[in-house]
Structures are given as structure tokens and as C-alpha cells.
Write a protein that binds this ligand. Structure first.
Ligand code: ATP
Ligand code: MG
Length: 363
């Protein structure tokens, strides 16, 4: 087991700069998830760690060894791909054993490791089958088994669950989490699915356009996003954003647009002060909105026009328009509201986010 260190890592494909100055320290036994939209450089970063892609500049260390020039075979990592990459003509057993045979392991040791891995994954009964005789979830387990038998210092996963149906993904996600707990191997996991990132990662690295936007544990990213991109990317349904102007009125600050006028809580007046008279983006998560009641301060309430009512069973999502902004509010299933009604919503003032209108950095 080992830590993985990325120092000022860059990748250029001819003129295209795909990975930009990535600095990241992944601790021994840590499960780190790289997440971001398509094309943001996740796979490229992972392939550079694996040695499958040459790095343009920077440094990669596995343990205490700089591996920049080391061939993949010698890096003591095992990678699990999205498409499983199983050999179709080999049995499950031979697929799992192949990497060890290539590395000249003794027959008895190979058998021992295949047995342990297939026990862990519950695929003992499938060892004689060919990949085409397996379901998607079973193939995925074999691909994991092939990585586990290697007993590597680091696991690298590139969207290993994305070919599975929604239910199986959730199930395999739980299994992966248990597997990591049991094996304790350092893992770097790539996904574009923020739910997967939040549930699997000890820490999550959010990327966009080749840049790391923020690194943090899941709740840190959720509660204190560094910028508007992270705020919008993490969480489903996503954070609501409204373009507002920060107005000063005596000692108080208000965030206003033609649909709402929200009193800025005292705790952040000082921080927001320098922005008064300027444009900003107000962010509020769907669950931090509720139907206004007598206890709500008028400065935290506004009218909303209901466009769509989505009844999900455990909650109702109200798609509403508030002046020029569209918002989603998550309310309890007992709320009775119909399309085209005008309702009064209140927000939780402690849970407001503000972003600079130009830089999009959190204020
Ligand atoms: N061999 C290549 N030559 C040129 N450009 C490439 C090459 N491989 C990747 N890229 C570009 O580098 C960028 C990052 O690609 P990468 O595969 O790392 O994205 P990703 O974050 O894994 O996306 P996805 O979620 O779609 O898998 C993309 O814009 C891609 O088009
Ligand atoms: Mg990718």
C-alpha cells in the first residue's frame, strides 16, 4: 500500500492542454474520487498515474518513488476499466490469473489468490465460465477480481460501474465501499457521477477544463463549495442560482432582483460588504427552501409561481419561477400544491451562498 503524489502535473496533446497544474496528495489507504464533466481530464490524469499516458511536465510519486519514466507493468498498480476489458476466449479463472501468470507467479500462489478474490466477490461458481456467459454485474466483479489478485499498492478505477443499470450500480457501489474497507488499498476512482463521488470518496477532487476546482471531503464540498461550478455540480437536484444586486440599507445588506429581496444574515454582512452596489449570484439548495409559515422573517420570504410539481414519494420537487429566476424547492410529500399556483417560499438564511458575479468564486 502506498500514497500517490501528483506534483504540478500537466498533459498537452499537441496544442490542447488537457490537464493543468494538478497538485494532489493521496494518502496511503485513502479512497479519492476524481469527478467532473465529460472531457475535464479525469481519465487522462488516471492514465498518467497508471503509466499508460506520458506526462508532459510535473512529477508522479507512488510511495516514495518517482514513477515518471517507469513502465506500467512495474508500477504495482491495478486498473479497472469501464468496459471491463476481459479476454473473451478465456474463462473467468484464466482472466483473473492472467496478470499473475504474466508476472511469473507460481501456480499454487495464483490458485490461492484467485480463490481469495473469488470468495470476496462471490463468484466462485462462475470460475469456469466465459465472459459472454456472464451478466454485466458479474463481468464487473471479474474485472475487480483481476485487480484484487494482483494485490497492488494502488487501485485505479475508470468509471467501472457506468455500464450497469441504475439499481446494480447502487449495489456495486456499496460492494466497492465494503471491499475498500476490507482491503484498505489506496484507490483513485474516476466518475462523472457526483452521487458516486460523494458516496465512495473519503475525499473528492472536482475537475473542470483540466483544472482542479476543489478538493475536500464530501460534506465540505457540499456545504462550502469554493465556487459556483462546484456548488452547481455537487448535489442533486442542483443548487439554485439567482442573479442579484447587493444593496446597502443602513447597517443591513439585501440581495435583490425583480423577484425577491432577501435580507443578508448578520454573520456574512461583513464579508459581503465590499460587494454592496454590485452584482452577485445568490445560491440556495432546494432543501433549504420551504413553504413560508408565520415563524419566517418577511426578509427571507418571496412569492413563487409553481411551474411543475414532481412527486417523488419521499419528497416533492417544486419547479418554480421567482421573477426572472427558475428554482427548485424540495418540500415534504404532505405539501398540497398545484401547477400554476402562486405560493410563498421561505429560505433558510443560515444556508445562503454568495458568489462573485465575475470570478464565480465563493464570497
Ligand atoms: N489522444 C488524445 N489526443 C487529443 N486529445 C485528447 C486525447 N485524449 C484525450 N483528449 C482530450 O483531452 C481532454 C480530456 O480527456 P479525458 O479522457 O481525460 O476526459 P474525461 O474527463 O475522462 O471525460 P469523460 O467523462 O468523457 O470520460 C478531452 O477534451 C479530450 O478530447
Ligand atoms: Mg474518461
Amino acid at each position: 500500500m502506498a500514497r500517490v503524489l501528483l506534483r504540478n502535473l500537466n498533459k498537452h496533446y499537441e496544442t490542447f492542454h488537457a490537464v493543468k497544474d494538478v497538485d494532489l496528495e493521496i494518502q496511503d489507504r485513502e479512497f479519492v474520487v476524481l469527478v467532473g464533466p465529460s472531457g475535464c481530464g479525469k481519465t487522462t490524469t488516471l492514465r498518467m498515474i497508471a503509466g499508460l499516458e506520458a506526462i508532459t511536465s510535473g512529477e508522479i510519486l507512488i510511495g516514495d518513488t518517482v514513477v515518471n519514466e517507469m513502465p506500467p507493468m512495474d508500477r504495482d498498480i491495478a486498473m479497472v476499466f469501464q468496459n471491463y476489458a476481459l479476454y473473451p476466449h478465456m474463462s473467468v479463472r484464466d482472466n483473473m490469473a492472467f496478470g499473475l501468470k504474466m508476472r511469473k507467479f507460481e501456480r499454487a500462489e495464483i490458485d490461492r489468490r484467485v480463490k481469495i478474490a473469488s470468495d470476496i466477490l462471490g463468484i466462485e461458481a462462475l470460475l469456469h465460465r466465459k465472459p459472454r456467459q456472464l451478466s454485466g454485474g458479474q463481468r464487473q466483479r471479474v474485472a475487480l477480481g483481476r485487480a484484487i489478485v494482483r494485490n497492488p499498492q494502488v487501485f485505479l478505477f475508470d468509471e467501472p460501474l457506468s455500464n450497469l443499470d441504475a439499481k446494480l450500480r447502487v449495489q456495486m457501489r456499496v460492494e466497492l465501499k465494503k471491499l475498500h474497507e476490507r482491503l484498505g488499498t489506496t484507490a483513485v476512482y474516476v466518475t462523472h457521477d457526483q452521487v458516486e463521488a460523494m458516496t465512495l470518496g473519503d475525499r473528492v477532487v472536482v475537475m473542470k477544463d483540466g483544472w482542479v476546482q476543489q478538493v475536500g471531503d464530501p460534506l465540505e464540498l457540499y456545504n462550502n463549495p469554493a465556487n459556483k461550478f462546484v456548488a452547481g455540480f455537487i448535489g442533486s437536484p442542483g443548487m439554485n442560482f439567482a442573479a442579484v444586486t447587493i444593496e446597502r440599507d443602513g447597517d443591513a445588506l439585501w440581495a435583490a432582483n425583480p423577484g425577491m429581496r432577501v435580507r443578508v444574515p448578520d454573520a456574512i454582512v461583513t464579508r459581503l460588504g465590499p460587494h454592496s452596489g454590485r452584482a452577485a449570484t445568490l445560491g440556495i439548495r432546494p432543501e433549504d427552501l420551504h413553504i413560508a409559515g408565520p415563524a419566517d422573517d418577511a426578509g427571507h420570504c418571496f412569492d413563487a409561481h409553481v411551474e411543475v410539481v414532481e412527486r417523488l414519494g419521499s419528497e416533492i420537487l417544486l419547479d418554480v419561477s421567482v421573477g426572472p429566476s427558475s428554482m427548485v424547492a424540495s418540500v415534504p410529500p404532505t405539501v398540497r400544491t398545484k401547477m400554476h399556483e402562486t405560493i410563498r417560499l421561505a429560505l433558510d438564511p443560515e444556508r445562503l451562498h454568495f458568489f462573485d458575479a465575475e470570478t464565480e468564486a465563493a464570497i
